[in-house]
Each structure stands twice: as C-alpha cells, then as structure tokens.
Write a protein that binds this ligand. Structure first.
Ligand code: UDP
Ligand code: MG
Length: 314
C-alpha cells in the first residue's frame, strides 16, 4: 500500500484543489492507498476541510496537532501514523505535483529506498538562489551528511527508511539532514518547480537563517573545533605582536602611538568572542533541549480515533 503524508499549516486556500488532484492521480495508479494529513495547528479552515475529506473518503486520515509545532514535527507525526509499504511526503500547496507519484513508485519498485524529486529553482529570486547555492556548498563541506540543493521533502520512502527516521529520537529535527543520515539506496530525479497554487509560503528570511544555522550545527561539532583553531591562531598572533612590541620598546623606548591598533584589537577580539560564545551556546542549548525529553508534538484530534501507536512517538 502507498501512504501519502501531507503536513498542512493554514492551507485552506489550496487544500481542496490539492486533495482533488491527489485523488485523481492516485486513482490513475490503481494502487491501494491512504492519505495522512497532518494539521499543524492551523488557525484557518484547514481542519474543517480535513474533517470533510475524511468523512467523504475512508482512505483519508488526519491528525490535528494541539498547536503549530513546525513542519518537521508535522512530518514526523504523519510518518509515524502512516501504515503503507511505500510512504510519499508532499506539501499541500501543489508545489509537489501529485502527477509525479507514478514515476516515483516505478523507481521505488526498482529497489530504491528513497526516491527524491529535486526541484529546479526557477521560481526563486536570484538572491535566494545564490544564497542557497553558497549555503549548500558550505554545509556539504562541513557537515558529515551530504545534502543536495533542491532536494527537499518531496520523496517516496520505503517502510524501513521511514522506520529508521521515526526511530531517530532527537528533538531537534533537521529533516533534510536526517534523510541523508539514514542512508539506504537513494535516487534523484529533476522536476520543474511551480509557484504555490495559493496562500503564502511560511518561510521568511529570518526563518531561513535559523534553519541554516540548524543545519550547520545539527550534525557534528566541527564548528566548535574551528572555533578552537581560530582561538589558537589569534592567541599566536597576539603573542607574536606582544613580543615584537616589547622588543621595540626595549630598543627604541616608549613612544605613544598604537591607539587605533588597540581599539581595533579590542573590538575585533570582543566580537569574535561573542560569536564563538554564541556558537557554544547553540550546542549547549541543543543539549538542554534534548535533555527535557519532551514529546515532538501533541495530538488534539485524529481520525480514525482508534489507532494505537507506540508510546514513544506521541
Ligand atoms: N507547513 C507545516 N507547518 C509549518 C509550516 C509549513 O506543516 O509550520 C507545511 C505547509 O502547509 C506546506 C509545507 O509545510 O504543506 C511547505 O510549506 P511552504 O509551502 O510554506 O514552504 P516552501 O514551499 O515555501 O518551502
Ligand atoms: Mg511551498
């Protein structure tokens, strides 16, 4: 069976169109399927729409989270709920065309555990494209996982891949990295990106910046090592300079210039220290967050109501 997991947050404008298109394409495939919608604490009519979908069609199920937990949590909720052998993940805004599911299923049947649709960036502005490219280069250089630009959440996964993802207990979920971390045979194919069918993207530049930092510090502590090396380098430079200055004073006597040098050094080092402290803080914050062992999300409503899940995956 095929499961399609769809996280939705305030998608009332596109949900109806998405649901119709999805069912039309899935019916063409002639496979048994289920659709698992996750309402991620929407404040618009999304939940009422989901209730109606589930009422009309027993193949539609939904979970409604108690508040907005973010897409990563919504995704995890949907994945732990899905019961299929093949599990597709899609956005609700029709940016992930349901027409591609057939092709993905074919590739999945060829034995790939992860079939990933990679979008072109032809609808992003030049600034965002440039920033993303630079970011992926940096990330792939630093992190232990390999991330592919444009390869997001639109993918079809095998049962064992989903089980592996759901079993990863970490609270701070950078799913692009987790997909890559679990490994298994993966195949990419390109598709043409389309703009959102309606409503607004939930990503703003500040959110993207936070996401970017998440990616950099989620997979190893190499940035801390970099900080250490930088600290050592700067201490070395400072020491050399100190020796040189003392030498100059011993030879030439005290002359007073150096005011600018001093200021630059103090502010420069101060700034650097703030950055490095902040970096350490990022890691400590993560440890703190993981220690609390809070559930990833809370469910306030579900359909069907009687599904039992392992207690760890609330
Ligand atoms: N989404 C979600 N919770 C959030 C933000 C987004 O479940 O807090 C869902 C959203 O409804 C959509 C998908 O995640 O189905 C992708 O969101 P969006 O289209 O805003 O992201 P973009 O396509 O711009 O990257
Ligand atoms: Mg979108």
């Amino acid at each position: 069976m095929l499961s399609v997991v769809v996280p939705c947050f305030n998608e009332e404008q596109v949900l109806e169109a998405f649901n119709d298109e999805l069912h039309a394409r899935l019916d063409e495939l002639g496979e048994p399927y289920e659709v698992v919608f996750v309402d991620d604490g929407s404040t618009d009519g999304t939940l009422s729409l989901l209730r109606a979908f589930a009422f009309r069609d027993p193949r539609v199920r939904y979970l409604s989270l108690s508040r907005n937990f973010g897409k990563e949590a919504g995704l995890l909720a949907g994945l732990s709920e899905a019961t299929g052998d093949h599990i597709a993940i899609m956005d609700a805004d029709l940016q992930h065309p349901p027409a591609l599911l057939g092709k993905m299923l074919d590739l999945r049947r060829e034995g790939f555990d992860q079939v990933v649709a990679r979008r072109s960036r032809n609808h992003d502005g030049p600034v965002r494209t440039l920033l993303s490219r630079a970011y992926y280069r940096l990330l792939n250089h630093w992190a232990d996982v390999e991330l592919v630009d444009g390869a997001g959440d639109f993918r079809l996964l095998s049962r064992r891949a989903v089980d592996a993802l759901v079993d990863l207990g970490e609270r701070n979920r950078f799913s692009k990295g987790l997909f890559s971390w679990i490994g298994f045979s993966t195949v990419f194919f390109d598709y043409q990106d389309t703009p959102r069918a309606g409503g607004n993207s939930k990503w703003s530049y500040p959110k993207l910046l936070n996401y970017a930092v998440d990616g950099l510090v989620s997979f190893n502590s190499r940035p801390l090592r970099l900080a250490l090396h930088l600290g050592l380098l700067l201490s070395g430079l400072a020491l050399t300079y100190a020796v040189w200055t003392v030498g100059a004073v011993l030879i030439g006597g005290v002359t007073a210039p150096g005011y600018v040098t001093l200021l630059v050094a103090i502010t420069g080092f101060g700034g650097m220290q703030m950055v490095l402290l902040g970096l350490i803080g990022e890691y400590i914050g993560r440890v703190y967050y993981e220690c609390k062992q809070r559930p990833h999300y809370l469910v306030s409503e579900r359909q069907p109501a009687d599904v039992t899940r392992p207690p760890a995956l609330r």
